[in-house]
Every structure is written in structure tokens, then in C-alpha cells.
Ligand binder design. Structure first.
Ligand SMILES: Cc1cc2nc3c(=O)[nH]c(=O)nc-3n(C[C@H](O)[C@H](O)[C@H](O)COP(=O)(O)O)c2cc1C
Length: 170
């Protein structure tokens, strides 16, 4: 296995895809390969020991549809030995009781299948009521809100990528 990072994302209206492209660019040439879950086979995960998982929350607390279709496949996959970082996009005002649930759902399953989570993210600066993405008071990964806080996106993504470079020990 190489020290390359596979970034697997789903998107409905393009916001998560745009963040995925920014993350790829910030890591620099040839480090991150993007995989759109609308056209991804589970064997493609085998190529990486470093993974970034991107998923927006849709339909009030649900996975984006491509991740939703793929979800049962995770049961037959093995993430042992892999470091896994998560990022989501969501709407903390419109869906305050389900903010970023999707990355919480994916992290729970992938951790059960042996993945080790990196890239936890503080909840400072967000206002919401409930989220399945919380672990010990932090988000399981980067929480982006393009609907209400797009002005903060660039600095959040930059800070998180800097953090990940250390946690992935690249
Ligand atoms: C019908 C609908 C349901 C949504 N449900 C949630 C939700 O439960 N939690 C959340 O955080 N965001 C929710 N959102 C906001 C989206 O996750 C957000 O706009 C996201 O950035 C879309 O990403 P995409 O463009 O990559 O699909 C919802 C948006 C819509 C239109």
C-alpha cells in the first residue's frame, strides 16, 4: 500500500464535492485521489491506508443517497490498519436536531469494521441542538456549513488539512 490518501465523497448539490476538491488541492499534487460514491466499487478502498470520507446529511438525519446505497457493503469490508478522517456538510439552522448526522453514522460503522478515526473537530463556533456526529463533545470530523457559514469554510478547511497532515504523519 502506498502513502496516498483516498477521498471518498457523495454529493447531491455539489457542496461536498467542492470541499473535496479544496482538500485535495491543499494536500498538494499527487497525494489525494477523489472517488465519487456514485461510481465507486468497494475494492477501490483497498488501495489506501489513509482515507478521507465526505458525506452531507440529507432527508433529516440520513446519509446522502450514494452513501446510503453503499452503506450495507461496509459490513463486508475490513478497515483494520486504516486511519480514517471524516468531513461533512450540513445546515445547522435548518436541521439543528440532525446537524452532520451522516458523518456520525459512517464513523460508527467504519470504526466497528476496524477503522481508526483521526481529525476530530471542535464544536466551537457552531449553533445546533443535536448531532449523531459528536464523540466526547467533539465532531468526529470537519463540519462545514455552506448554507449558513460559508464565510468560515476556507479557514476551517485549511486548519483541518494542517491537522490531518500531522495526524496522518505525512
Ligand atoms: C431536504 C433537505 C434535507 C436536509 N437535511 C439535513 C440534515 O438532516 N442535517 C444537516 O446537517 N443538513 C441537512 N441538509 C443540508 C445539506 O446537508 C447541505 O445543504 C449540504 O451542504 C448539501 O451537500 P451537497 O451539495 O454535497 O449534497 C438538508 C438539506 C435539504 C435540502
Amino acid at each position: 500500500m502506498s502513502k496516498k490518501i483516498g477521498l471518498f465523497y457523495g454529493t447531491q448539490t455539489g457542496k461536498t464535492e467542492s470541499i473535496a476538491e479544496t482538500i485535495r488541492d491543499l494536500f498538494g499534487d499527487g497525494v489525494v485521489t477523489l472517488h465519487d460514491m456514485s461510481q465507486t466499487d468497494k475494492s477501490e478502498f483497498d488501495e489506501y491506508e489513509y482515507l478521507i470520507i465526505g458525506c452531507p446529511t440529507w432527508d433529516v438525519g440520513e446519509l446522502q443517497s450514494d452513501w446510503d446505497s453503499f452503506f450495507p457493503e461496509l459490513d463486508s469490508m475490513n478497515f483494520s490498519g486504516k486511519l480514517v478522517a471524516y468531513f461533512g456538510t450540513g445546515d445547522q439552522m435548518g436541521y439543528a436536531d440532525n446537524f452532520q448526522d451522516a458523518i456520525g453514522i459512517l464513523e460508527e460503522k467504519i470504526t466497528q469494521k476496524g477503522g481508526k478515526t483521526v481529525g476530530y473537530w471542535s464544536t466551537d463556533g457552531y449553533e445546533f441542538s443535536e448531532s449523531r456526529a459528536l464523540r466526547n463533545g467533539k465532531f468526529v470530523g470537519l463540519a462545514i456549513d455552506e448554507d449558513n457559514q460559508s464565510d468560515l469554510t476556507d479557514e476551517r478547511v485549511k486548519a483541518w488539512v494542517t491537522q490531518l497532515k500531522k495526524e496522518f504523519a505525512l
